[in-house]
Design a protein around this ligand. Structure first.
Ligand SMILES: Nc1ncnc2c1ncn2[C@@H]1O[C@H](COP(=O)(O)OP(=O)(O)O)[C@@H](O)[C@H]1O
Ligand SMILES: Nc1ccn([C@@H]2O[C@H](COP(=O)(O)OP(=O)(O)O)[C@@H](O)[C@H]2O)c(=O)n1
Length: 237
């Protein structure tokens, strides 16, 4: 692998079920980069609110508690990890209860301020570069990212993928829940789900995961070669 992959920052945004997590982990592994799942952080703070009796329908209560939990994210794409106050939260953050409340919690500006600060410091500390996936990475968290990708897919494909993960789940109900969460995430005032003007859109509906990964790896390599200094580094090798 070339040494020019260092310090490449890749932002991958898009709605639920478009393949952000799978693609980001595979791209980070292929290129030796760190990986950050920002949705897991919003899920973690939501889980903490629910576990601590905070009313998730009350934005003021959420705002005043936003700074309390200590959330730590691992950045190894082969072993994604997340803890809240030192406790492993990787299982509890995936429950239906958390999924149904996360959009309300993540819409609160004080929550976004705390989590965005965490995300920026993790990205700044990633010496070899990082793939960061979420909803507002290219627009708000890392607007200077070297490459921005916006993944899309039809609601049908996304619902089929998501319900394929949960035994006995109903595709129609999964689709309705996805569409409602997209609307909440896209419609909120602070840092909504949106494609950055300079993001490359990839529609994954008809692509296999491997095809998406290959496309994104090629885009990272192309962008990396165009970065200032890439020529000198290549010439020096
Ligand atoms: N291009 C694809 N084709 C088919 N299935 C996919 C594709 N990309 C991802 N998946 C599957 O869809 C599900 C959701 O993918 P995930 O990466 O978690 O999406 P997101 O992070 O955008 O919510 C996973 O089970 C994953 O294996
Ligand atoms: N950068 C981000 C990432 C996630 N989120 C919120 O966190 C929720 C869960 O994100 P996720 O990536 O785990 O969701 P899935 O697509 O994996 O279901 C989203 O529905 C958003 O409400 C956000 O607001 N900003």
């Amino acid at each position: 692998m070339s040494d020019t992959v260092e310090s490449v920052i890749v932002a991958i945004d898009g709605p639920s079920g478009t393949g952000k997590s799978s693609t980001s982990k595979a791209v980070a592994s292929a290129l030796g980069l760190s990986y950050l799942d920002t949705g897991a952080q919003y899920r973690a703070i939501t889980w903490w609110m629910l576990s601590n009796g905070i009313d998730t329908a009350d934005p003021l209560a959420i705002a005043s508690a936003a700074g309390k939990p200590v959330i730590e994210s691992g950045t190894d794409p082969a072993a994604p990890a997340i803890t809240v106050d030192g406790v492993d939260a990787s299982g509890p953050i995936r429950t239906q209860e958390v999924t149904s409340k996360v959009s309300a919690v993540s819409a609160v500006p004080e929550v976004r301020e705390v989590i965005t600060g965490l995300q920026r410091s993790i990205a700044a500390a990633a010496a070899r570069g990082i793939v960061v996936e979420g909803r507002d990475i290219g627009t708000t968290v890392l607007p200077d990212a070297d490459l921005k990708i916006f993944l899309t897919a039809s609601p049908e494909a996304r619902a089929a993928r998501r319900s394929g993960e949960i035994k006995g789940s109903d595709v129609a109900a999964t689709r309705a829940a996805l569409v409602a969460r997209d609307a909440a995430d896209s419609g909120r005032k602070t840092s909504p789900l949106a494609k950055a003007d300079d993001a490359v859109e990839v529609d994954t509906t008809e692509l296999t995961l491997q095809q998406v990964v290959e496309r994104v790896v090629a885009l990272v390599e192309e962008r990396r070669d165009a970065l200032p200094g890439a020529g000198e580094r290549t010439a020096a090798r």
